[in-house]
Design a protein around this ligand. Structure first.
Ligand SMILES: NC(=O)c1ccc[n+]([C@@H]2O[C@H](COP(=O)([O-])OP(=O)(O)OC[C@H]3O[C@@H](n4cnc5c(N)ncnc54)[C@H](O)[C@@H]3O)[C@@H](O)[C@H]2O)c1
Length: 457
C-alpha cells in the first residue's frame, strides 16, 4: 500500500496550487485579534481552515459568522463570507482540528506575569495539545510572539515529547511572528513582508510559499526560528525605546521651558532623525510585554539589556506624569484633584481601536480616583459600555460641568474638539493633553489652564 501524501512529501512549488485548489487543511489555534484574521485570509486563499479555540463563546460566535473585532476594517465581512462559504469552521476540539490538518498555526496569547516575566502557559498548553494529535509529515507554525530560542527550547521539546516525532525530520517546525498593527490588521497582513524561520530548509520553503501565496507579500527568510523571533522583537523594542527617549527628553524640556514638540519637529528636518513623540504612556499587549521576553533571555544569558529595561520604566511612568500635570493645572485655577470633576477622553490604548488591554488611561483613572477626583470617561468606541467599572458617557455627558479634561487617547474625534464650546460647557477650564492633539495657543486663547506632555506651561 502506498503511504498517503503529506505536506512535507510535496515539492514546495506545489504549495500555491494545493492551496488554491482547496487541497490544504489548516488548523489555526487561537482565534483572537491575530488568529481570526489569519484564519479568514487563509480560507479566502483556498484552504479549509479549522479555527480551534478553548473559548466556547469565541467558537460559537465565529461559527455564526460573527467577529468581535469591529475596529478591524474588512474583517467582519471577511469572516462572515468565509464561514458562509463553509471554508472557515471553528471548534473547541483542538486535537481533532490538528489531526485533520496539514499545517497547525499557534496564535495564542503570550503576556507577561506580575513579575514581568514571559507567561508561556497558553503556548505550552497549545503545543502539548498539538503534539498529541500531530500528523507525520505536517507542519507547525508559531505565529505567537515569543522570545528568541523559545521555539527551539520550549515548543519543540513539547511537540516532540507529545507526538513521539522529530522536528525537521518527521514534521516541520517554523516561526512566522505576526507583525500587524491593531486597527489595520488585514491591511498590514497583505502588505508587510512576513519573516519566517524554520528548523529545516524544506519547511522554510513550504511555509514561505504559503505566506507568499495566501498573503501576497514578500517573505524574509531568517536562518532559524530564533532569528525570526529576534527580528519581530527588535522592531517593537525599537519603537518602545524611541518613545521612551522622546518621553525622557520631553520631561526635561518641560522643566527647562522648552517645547519638546517644536524640538522634535526641528530635529525631523535632518535626514537621519526619525521622529517619535512623547505621550501619556505606552499600552497594549505587545509593546508593554515584548521587551520583557528579550530581558528575560538576557538575564538567562548573563547579558542584561539595561537600555531596554530603562525604556520600559520611563514609559510606564508617563500616566503618573499626566496626573502631575492635572494636579498642577488644577492648582493654577485654585482647585485640587480632590473634589474636582475630571473628564477622561479616551480609554483605548491607541487611536481609533477598541481595545483597553494595558491601557495607560487605566492608570490615570486609578490615580485620579485614589486622589479623590470625581472622574467621568468618554471614548467613542465604548460609549454606553462599562469600562474600568464605570459607564462610558457621551462626550457631552463627560465634559459638561467638568473642571478638567484629560486627553488620554489620540482618537480622530479628539483632533477636532471645538475648544470654544468645550470651555463654555465646563465648570473650570483646565485642559491636559496627553497626546498633543490640541494646539497650545488655541487652548490658551480659549481660556484654558493648559498642560501638554513635553510642552510645560
Ligand atoms: N494583538 C496584536 O496586536 C498582536 C500583534 C502582533 C502579534 N501578536 C501576538 O499574537 C499572539 C496572539 O495575540 P492576540 O492578540 O490574537 O490574542 P487574543 O487574546 O486576542 O486571542 C487569543 C485567543 O487564543 C485562545 N487561546 C488561549 N489559549 C489557548 C489554547 N491553549 N488553545 C487554543 N486557544 C487558546 C483564547 O481563547 C483567545 O481567543 C500573541 O503572542 C501576541 O503577542 C499580537
Amino acid at each position: 500500500m502506498r503511504a498517503p501524501h503529506t505536506l512535507l512529501s510535496f515539492s514546495p512549488s506545489r504549495v500555491p496550487s494545493l492551496l488554491r485548489q482547496g487541497k490544504m487543511t489548516i488548523a489555526v489555534v487561537g482565534l483572537g485579534r491575530i488568529g481570526l484574521p489569519t484564519a479568514a485570509i487563509l480560507s479566502k486563499a483556498g484552504a479549509l481552515v479549522l479555527g480551534a479555540d478553548i473559548n466556547e463563546e469565541v467558537v460559537s460566535s465565529v461559527n455564526r459568522g460573527r467577529c468581535k473585532f469591529v475596529d478591524e476594517p474588512g474583517l467582519p465581512q471577511m469572516v462572515r463570507d468565509q464561514v458562509k462559504a463553509g471554508r472557515l469552521q471553528a471548534t473547541t476540539d483542538v486535537r481533532r482540528a490538528v489531526s485533520r490538518s496539514d499545517i497547525s498555526i499557534i496564535s495564542v496569547p503570550t503576556p507577561v506575569d506580575d513579575r514581568k516575566t514571559p507567561d508561556y502557559t497558553a503556548v505550552k498548553a497549545a503545543s502539548a495539545t498539538i503534539g498529541h494529535s500531530l500528523r507525520k509529515g505536517s507542519v507547525v507554525v508559531v505565529e505567537s510572539t515569543v522570545g528568541p530560542g523559545t521555539v527551539e527550547n520550549l515548543i519543540q521539546p513539547i511537540l516532540e515529547a507529545e507526538s513521539g516525532l522529530k522536528a525537521g525530520k518527521d514534521f516541520g517546525l517554523a516561526s512566522a511572528p505576526e507583525r500587524s498593527d491593531p486597527g489595520n490588521i488585514l491591511g498590514n497582513m497583505a502588505t508587510v513582508p512576513r519573516v519566517v524561520g524554520a528548523t529545516d530548509p524544506r519547511t522554510l520553503r513550504i511555509i514561505s510559499a504559503l505566506y507568499r501565496t495566501a498573503l501576497g507579500v514578500n517573505v524574509i527568510q531568517a536562518r532559524n526560528p530564533k532569528t525570526a523571533n529576534a527580528i519581530k522583537l527588535t522592531e517593537n523594542l525599537f519603537r518602545d525605546v524611541n518613545i521612551a527617549f522622546a518621553n525622557e527628553f520631553s520631561l526635561l524640556f518641560e522643566k527647562l521651558g522648552i517645547d519638546a514638540i517644536e524640538v522634535i519637529n526641528g530635529c525631523a528636518t535632518k535626514y537621519n532623525f526619525l521622529p517619535h513623540y512623547p505621550g501619556a504612556g505606552v499600552g497594549g499587549p505587545c509593546l508593554t510585554s515584548n521587551s520583557y521576553y528579550l530581558i528575560s533571555e538576557g538575564v538567562r544569558a548573563g547579558n542584561i539589556p539595561y537600555l531596554i529595561r530603562m525604556a520600559r520604566e520611563i514609559n510606564d511612568r508617563m500616566p503618573d506624569h499626566v496626573v502631575e500635570l492635572v494636579s498642577e493645572a488644577l492648582n493654577e485655577v485654585g482647585k485640587t484633584v480632590r473634589g474636582s470633576r475630571i473628564a477622561l477622553l479616551g480609554v483605548a490604548y491607541k487611536p481609533n481601536i477598541k481595545d483597553v488591554q494595558l491601557t495607560p488611561a487605566e492608570e490615570i483613572f486609578k490615580r485620579i480616583t485614589e486622589m479623590g477626583g470625581e472622574i467621568s470617561i468618554h471614548d467613542p468606541m465604548y460609549e454606553g459600555e462599562m469600562v474600568f467599572g464605570t459607564k462610558v458617557k457621551s462626550i457631552d455627558g463627560a465634559v459638561v460641568g467638568a473642571d478638567c479634561v484629560i486627553i488620554a487617547t489620540g482618537h480622530k474625534e479628539f483632533k477636532s474638539l471645538n475648544l470654544q464650546i468645550l470651555a463654555k460647557q465646563m465648570r473650570s477650564r483646565v485642559l491636559v493633553d496627553g497626546r498633543n492633539l490640541v494646539d497650545p495657543g488655541d487652548a490658551i486663547r480659549a481660556g484654558f489652564a493648559y498642560r501638554g506632555v513635553g510642552r510645560g506651561r
